[in-house]
Write a protein that binds this ligand. Structure first.
Ligand SMILES: [Zn+2]
Length: 674
């Protein structure tokens, strides 16, 4: 076997991972050597006989674990976006290994003693603000991880972390397998009536790839509701599609969710918190369970009232089809009809104006140019993690190189659902590294020779994920711990949501939304009607989101020792008690496939989207009303907020941009909840 390419820093530009050299069998040995190396580095810190200093302890800690960091970033992206059986096996071994490694560092008494001593002395150390913050953050991380517990309690903590890590991987792998298995297979094109010709051809191609030649396959998205429900004319096909989605992974993951919630409650109790959510939010911008519960409670009633108004409009249209009661599988379909009847908007008719390439280059990149002056050059000679992925180099206005952006946009069977951003290389002044960031989407692959045409929502997702990418690209911090998107979860969705505003800014829209065949611009009045029609869907969207959020909250505010018998019953009871049991609106995710909270680190964190949206709506208003040019506003937002990462208190960064604390009125207005 050739030398493992992870064992040395990448020789490529920006230290882009050497994908041409990386093989699946390199990951596990790199993880094993990487954890051992970091433990040796930590031992060197604690064996140092000289007095602990900021340099010999904190800076040394920040510099440690390079090999582990390298392999972990590459592996996480690979196992999410192009997994294989072997990678799944590696993943199952790696997550307990990493949990144990985290504990080995954070429960190291000699290391903690040095950090604690420095922390006690922090005012006298003469540190600059970012360095002082580094010391405070490491100290907090150690305490939150159990550094102060007795030995028996620390042993139990290690067991809990190990089991949770293993269960989280199993949960995720169950979701992946169940989502693939639950794809809807139909025999005839007639059953897909209502879908565009392109979508039907895509379903045929999908069937061919999956070994159902001559039939049609609709693969499932990660959410409960599936996009095809808006178009499928055959009610029974809609019903089958939604039922397949809702039933996914129930038998396997229901019991796992119960077990994980129980273990998390026990861990929180060990660490001195009444429940898992309290432990989580203590380190978020929200601070307390009450603050989160308060915001959620304030939103439920107006959101449900909004959804009921929407339901009445749907029922009026559905009656003409002989549908007496709107079921969950009817909601999107009749919403589409209402949009057509009341707003003269046919969302399918928008697609030809949203060709992926134009949206990316003339929309997303163009908007970033307007606000921040940056430019993009494709670098096809650079190899990414998959042949579909494209690499762009990003430059400042004055031509200075900034970093790399990789886009991996199309769905494939080996990719998990949803859309996300990753950082393959994190920015740091300490190491001199510049960022390599990545956006992953799941845009269905068009039939061969056809252009990829996006839905309105997919266009928004592209702008959203690129907002995360900018957060990573503009990072300008000294310490790796603070780079880019390493902010609290209830803050991280804020910059990405702000970036969505460019999608409908007139000067941006005029530049990208053109008919792929004729070049004709998207009529402005169609956009206005679409925006009005979108407001019509806010009731549904807010309720499905709040339902998922309250499920997360309910699972994670359980006290230690409270035993849930049945996940499905628990779900039903929680939603009913919250006043959110709207029969025709399923939660955005049901427990068995709610990967955010059981495998992706968002436990007690799904509230973050609406929490961040308060900041987002307020900031969008600031962009629109502050009287500065777009470029000046962009520069201020970049310098005071995006560039800062977690190098200072995020709410302080917000105030530095907007000039005051956040207000909720713009959010309520946007969601029609005012
Ligand atoms: Zn996001």
């Amino acid at each position: 076997m050739t030398e493992n390419p992870f064992f040395a820093a990448s020789p490529l530009v920006y230290e882009l991972p050497p994908y041409a050299e990386i093989r699946e069998e390199h990951y596990l040995p790199a993880y094993e050597r990487g954890t051992a190396e970091q433990l040796a580095e930590i031992a060197a810190i604690t064996d140092d006989r000289s007095e602990p200093t900021f340099e010999n302890t904190l800076v040394a800690l920040e510099r440690s674990g390079e090999l582990l960091d390298r392999v972990d970033r590459v592996f996480r992206n690979q196992s999410s976006s192009d997994t294989t059986e072997l990678l799944e096996e590696v993943e199952a071994k790696v997550s307990p290994l990493l949990a144990a490694h985290h504990d080995a560092i954070h429960l190291d008494r000699r290391l903690f003693a040095r950090i604690e001593a420095l922390h006690g002395d922090r005012a006298a150390l003469g540190l600059d603000p970012e360095s002082l913050r580094l010391l405070e953050r490491w100290y907090t991380a150690f305490v939150r991880s159990g550094a102060r517990l007795g030995s028996a309690e620390q042993d139990r903590l290690r067991e809990l972390n190990a089991e949770l890590a293993a269960l989280g991987t199993t949960f995720q792998q169950n979701v992946n397998a169940a989502t693939r298995a639950a794809a809807l297979v139909v025999d005839t094109a007639e059953e897909l009536a209502g879908l565009s010709e392109g979508a039907i051809a895509g379903a045929a191609e999908n069937a061919r790839v999956l070994g159902h030649e001559g039939r049609y396959v609709l693969s499932l998205k990660s959410t409960s509701t599936q996009p095809e429900l808006a178009q499928l004319a055959d009610r029974s096909v809609r019903e089958r599609l939604l039922a397949a989605s809702l039933a996914r992974a129930g038998a396997e993951n229901g019991p796992l969710a119960i077990r994980m919630a129980g273990l998390r409650a026990e861990r929180a109790a060990l660490l001195g918190f009444p429940n898992h959510a309290a432990h989580v939010v203590a380190d978020e911008t929200a601070g307390t369970v009450e603050a989160v519960s308060g915001l959620l409670a304030r939103l439920v009633e107006p959101a449900v009232a909004n959804a009921r108004r929407e339901a009445a409009e749907l029922a009026a249209v559905a009656a003409a089809d002989g549908v007496e009661e709107i079921a969950a599988h009817d909601w999107a379909y009749y919403s589409e009809k209402v949009r057509q009847a009341s707003y003269q908007v046919d969302t399918a008719a928008l697609r030809p104006y949203f060709e992926l390439e134009r949206v990316l280059v003339d929309g997303v990149f163009f908007a970033a140019g307007l606000a921040y002056g940056i430019t993009f050059t494709e670098r096809p000679e650079l190899t990414a993690h998959h042949p579909d992925a494209r690499v762009f180099e990003v430059f400042e206005e004055d031509g200075t190189a900034l970093g790399l952006f990789i886009g991996d946009f199309h769905a494939r069977a080996s990719k998990r659902g949803g859309a996300w951003m990753d950082e393959l290389v994190g920015q740091s002044g300490l190491t001199g590294r510049r960022p390599v960031v990545l956006n992953t989407l799941n845009v269905p692959r068009p039939a061969p020779g056809e252009p990829a045409l996006l839905s309105w929502d997919e266009v928004r997702t592209l702008f959203h994920e690129f907002g995360h990418a900018l957060h990573g690209l503009f990072s300008d911090v000294r310490y790796p711990l603070f780079a880019g998107t390493a902010v609290p979860r209830d803050f991280v969705e804020f910059p990405s949501q702000v970036n969505e505003m460019w999608m409908v800014r007139p000067e941006v829209l005029a530049n990208y939304a053109r008919h792929h065949a004729t070049g004709e611009p998207l009529p402005a009045e169609l956009v206005e009607r679409m925006t009005a029609a979108e407001r019509f869907g806010e009731g549904f969207r807010t309720v499905e989101y709040l339902a998922a959020t309250l499920l997360d909250w309910a699972w994670h505010t359980l006290p230690q020792g409270h035993r849930v018998e049945d996940a499905q019953e628990f779900e039903a009871r929680v939603l009913a008690e919250a006043g959110l049991a709207v029969a025709a609106i399923p939660p955005r995710y049901r427990t068995p496939y709610f990967q955010h909270i059981f495998s992706s680190g968002y436990s007690a964190g799904y509230y973050a989207y609406i929490w961040s949206e308060v900041l987002d709506a307020d900031t969008v208003r600031w962009f629109e009303t502050n009287g500065r040019s777009v470029r000046d506003s962009g520069e201020l937002f970049r310098r005071e907020l995006l560039a800062r990462g977690f190098g200072r208190d995020p709410l302080e960064s917000f105030r530095a941009v907007v000039g005051r604390a956040p207000e909720t009125a713009p959010l309520l207005e946007r969601r029609g909840l005012g």
